[in-house]
Design a binder for this molecule. Structure first.
Ligand SMILES: O=C(O)CCC(=O)C(=O)O
Ligand SMILES: [Fe+2]
Length: 493
């Protein structure tokens, strides 16, 4: 981490300044708004540390102090902050105010974004800045998010080794996709140029036409005009990301090949087998808008679906790994249900990018405006916006001769019902429903996918029997079946 390698020097006005070792991962960033410095700087400091004056709180390690403050309400947090400089710096931490905002504003937010969560919660006049100098506060807890906020993202997106460069094609046919590419990430560079959405949407145009429309951004619903103010004036380390699945209805647009549609799924991706579910299908499309530095931490897409992600404006850096890879810094529960990546995007990039790039399975690339990227089912991906921008994404179940992707989805719906997402709550058995509908619409495809599943299960049982030294004829008793944690280990693309 940069903050750890930082050293202190006397600045021109006698104050301490942070200088970073040459080649460090951080750009020349502005100083922390309160002047807080990384913890290590205290060893070079000759004056009296602010921490000395915070009474009993001195006994708390800084991580614990910050956790404690999460339990305070607005008024207590504000008042505690006025007791001394050290606590002021901690109580000023905008992540705490973001939580307070989210607790207090569960419905539609009618107020104005005032430049920080603290100012917005306390309704402080925009532009009012604290002039309390906290340059004798030394804290990695407070300084690290600030360093991450100003990290130069371009360094991670450049010098991609040729062997891990994502494949790029101008355009491809459905046959090429279905036969060879359903299991490969790739970028298409000339495929969405005809979309009216690509030709006419930009942030200002969306503001002009849909400024009053509420969009979902993580846990909040904000009119686009408020989100626009936010994205143009936020210092959040992990900016709130607009991710809305009802955008088409809200914007009054149509999607598909009919006259007047704003965009359509490129022909090369072929049919989506979830269409067999008609109105009972799970959520499939999202509008994504965010500032530079926003993005998605490592995940696999829902229900073992594949996806495409089209950049209408801005630029996205993608780093991807195949389903069975162990991604550095990402911890997965045994059933694959819980992904723990306790780090923000910038923290992950700073700590693990170099190591991840060494792995032979690593795939990386930049998707520019006008390009579309394919995410095969089960692939891990982290995505960061190198510039503010707009994207459209759609998840689907590709139809391919091998039927491997359909079998992945069927096995996910059947074996991981607690991880299935996006279906209406009244649909109790998504697996059963999907099988019934496929039997009506695509019987041969269904049979082939079920056959693959059977073979896969038999292979698992055999592997288990061999592992515990049983012969094939003497399976382990009691109908016990062994799960390998993640079915994707044996993904058949
Ligand atoms: O554009 C992005 O941030 C990526 C979105 C994504 O991975 C998803 O929708 O699953
Ligand atoms: Fe995704």
């Amino acid at each position: 981490m940069a903050s750890m390698g930082a050293t202190a020097q006397e600045g021109p006005n006698g104050s301490l300044e942070t200088t970073l070792p040459e080649g460090d991962a951080v750009s020349t960033s502005p100083t922390h708004p309160l002047g807080v410095l990384p913890l290590g700087n205290k060893f070079f400091f000759k004056g009296t540390e602010a921490r000395t004056f915070c009474g009993t709180f001195q006994r708390f390690p800084e991580e614990m102090l910050s956790l404690f403050l999460e339990y305070l309400d607005q008024e207590s947090l504000r008042m505690l902050g006025y007791t001394c400089r050290y606590l002021y710096a901690f109580a000023y931490d905008d992540a705490l105010w973001k939580s307070l905002f989210l607790e207090a504003n569960t419905g539609r937010f009618e107020g104005k974004w005032l430049g920080s969560w603290r100012s917005t919660v306390l309704k402080l006049p925009a532009g009012q800045k604290s002039n309390l100098d906290c340059s004798n506060v030394f804290s990695d807890v407070l300084h690290r998010p600030f360093v991450c906020r100003y990290v130069d993202l371009e360094q991670f997106a450049s010098n991609i080794p040729p062997r891990s460069q994502i494949q790029r094609f101008k355009n491809i046919s459905y046959e090429e996709f279905a036969e060879n590419l359903t299991g490969q990430p790739f970028v298409l560079t000339e495929c969405i140029q005809e979309w009216p959405a690509y030709m006419s949407w930009n942030l200002e145009e969306i503001l002009r036409r849909y400024g009053d429309v509420d969009f979902r951004a993580e846990a909040v619903d904000w009119p686009f005009s408020t989100y626009y103010d936010y994205m143009n004036n936020t210092k959040d380390e992990s900016p709130l990301y607009l991710f809305d699945k009802k955008f088409a209805e809200k914007m009054g647009i149509t999607v598909g090949h009919e006259q007047g549609a704003a965009y359509w799924s490129p022909d090369c991706f072929g049919p989506d087998l979830f269409d067999a579910l008609g109105g009972d299908r799970p959520a499939r499309r999202w509008l994504i808008i965010g500032p530079e530095g926003s993005g998605s931490t490592f995940h696999k897409d829902p229900n073992a679906t594949s996806a495409w992600n089209a950049v209408l404006s801005g630029r996205k850096y993608w780093i991807m790994f195949p389903p069975s890879a162990a991604v550095p810094g990402v911890f997965v529960s045994k059933d694959g249900g819980e992904v723990t990546s306790p780090l923000s995007i910038a923290e992950w990039l700073l700590q693990f990018h170099e190591e991840a790039r060494q792995l032979p399975e690593c795939i990386e690339g930049i998707c520019h405006a006008g390009e579309i990227l394919h995410v095969p089912s089960g692939w891990w991906h982290l995505v960061v916006n190198l510039e503010a921008g707009i994207a459209l994404t759609q998840n689907f179940v590709p139809k391919s001769p091998s039927c491997g992707h359909l079998s992945n989805v069927l096995s996910f719906l059947k074996d991981k019902p607690d991880q299935v997402t996006g279906f209406r709550s009244d649909i109790e058995d998504p697996y059963g429903l999907f099988v019934d509908r496929l039997r009506e619409t695509h019987p041969e495809v269904l049979d082939k996918a079920l056959e693959i599943l059977e073979k896969r299960n038999a292979l698992k049982k055999r592997t288990w029997s061999e592992a515990v030294g049983e012969s094939k004829d003497e399976p382990s008793g009691g109908g016990f079946s062994f799960g390998f944690g993640d079915d994707d280990d044996e993904e058949i693309p």
